[in-house]
Design a protein around this ligand. Structure first.
Ligand code: ATP
Ligand code: MG
Length: 389
């Protein structure tokens, strides 16, 4: 598949495409100190359970979003008994990013190209990384919080202004909920309503557009991994009642919908002491077409189908990232072939081999599990947070 490109963006030659060259860790999880240089095509990291493979990928991904892909707090990332961790990565031909966190002072510092950014959010998305993890199936089968988090991370990295809007929305929501909880007057509650609608409409519109623009490609990936099954992705907005079409409407339509939906829930939100609809209640639906009709994978999918949906979603995320960067992202694959049947993992492998020429950093507990790139990737062995020859 070719990358669609804007006329002003020149796609770099494959051989000079940026890739993660160097990584330095200190006191990150079980790594006291690690310094390594990655080959351009990538590497397969082999190590026993608990050796630090996921931690290493987590550290690389940290440089993209400055939080753990496991969803834990920064202080858990500091090596036991230490106070500060530091992660630094150099993307050949593009950028360098460093992050440090001090757990005693609760201070996080981020540098992009050796300049400290005043707000961490300004450094988000600098490396261009997409992580595929075994746990991604939770996005499909777990609670809606995980699906919102997926969208929020993908859009924060890919859509200008999204992260700032999200932070504003959370602030406004907290204040409005506080007013509702205390049973304040409508006038006092509405001090927050206008802002909430404006920012919330922006978030909902961007998310719905992201999903509807990607739905076809998602369906294509799903079909290719599953061997022909039909799957659909859609944005389920809590503020849309009855008329879920119109996903591609502009901000204006979303503003109006949100306003009307808030009016309709006045009583309910007063009773419950919180704002009961809005982007903080929206989600993504993963459907498959079964002989007996359309089924929601969350409730009806087998775990292999749920994993397939999660893989298709990550492939879509990678495509969007590739369009934005004008180059391949770095692919982190954490034990992704585990738990897939042979046919599916074979098809996934071929899909990667055929269309993805970005750097691949993958992990596997056993050398036999490394099939990607014809098994020609360099192999590194990890034991207790140390690379061994
Ligand atoms: P698996 O094959 O089971 O997925 P893995 O190689 O991916 O294993 P990781 O999850 O990367 O293993 O590492 C787990 C190890 O890291 C555990 O031994 C755990 O105790 C250790 N660990 C986690 N957090 C910290 C920390 N803050 N400080 C020191 N060690 C930590
Ligand atoms: Mg692991």
């Amino acid at each position: 598949m070719k990358t669609p490109e804007a006329p002003s963006v020149r796609r770099p030659e494959a051989s000079s495409a940026p890739f993660l060259r160097r990584l330095t860790l200190s006191d990150y999880r079980n790594f006291e100190r690690l310094e390594c240089e990655f080959p351009e095509e990538g590497v397969a990291i082999i190590g026993l359970n608990g050796s630090g493979k996921t931690n290493l990928l987590e550290a690389i991904h940290y440089l993209e979003v400055f939080r753990s892909f496991r969803g834990v707090r920064d202080r858990e990332l500091v090596r036991f008994g230490q106070t500060v961790f530091r992660v630094e990565g150099v993307v050949e031909g593009a950028t360098s990013v460093a992050a440090a966190y001090d757990r005693s002072r609760r201070i996080k510092k981020v540098e992009v190209d050796a300049l400290e950014v005043d707000r961490v959010s300004a450094g988000v998305g600098s490396v261009g990384v997409v992580a595929f993890r075994l746990e991604d199936a939770e996005i499909v089968r777990g609670g809606p919080v995980l699906r919102r988090r997926f969208l929020d991370v993908a859009l924060s990295v890919g859509v200008p202004g999204y992260l700032a809007a999200l932070q504003r929305y959370r602030g406004l929501l907290a204040q409005r909920n506080e007013a509702l909880r205390r049973g304040w007057s409508s006038r006092e509650i509405d001090a927050w309503t206008g802002g909430l609608i404006e920012v919330g409409a922006f978030l909902a519109e961007r998310r719905a557009t992201w999903v509807s623009e990607g739905a076809e490609r998602y369906g294509d990936f799903y079909a290719r991994i599953s061997g022909g099954d039909a799957a659909r992705l859609r944005y389920a907005a809590s503020i849309v009642s009855g008329d879920p079409a119109g996903e591609s409407d502009g901000d204006g339509a979303w503003t109006e919908r949100f306003r009307r939906a808030l009016e309709a829930t006045r009583e309910r939100e007063r009773r419950r002491g919180m704002t009961v609809i809005g982007p903080h209640r929206d989600e993504i639906r993963f459907d498959v077409e079964a002989p007996e009709g359309v089924r929601d994978l969350r409730n009806y999918g087998s775990s292999g189908q749920q994993r397939t949906a999660a893989l298709a979603l990550r492939l879509l995320e990678a495509d969007r990232l590739r369009e934005r960067l004008g180059r391949e992202p770095v692919y982190l694959l954490d034990d992704v072939f585990a738990e897939l049947d042979e046919d599916r993992s074979g098809r996934l492998l071929r899909l990667f081999e055929a269309e993805r020429d970005g750097q691949v950093i993958l992990t596997a507990p056993k050398p036999g599990d490394v099939g990607l790139r014809g098994g020609e990737l360099a192999r590194w062995h990890l034991r207790n947070g140390r690379l061994i020859a």
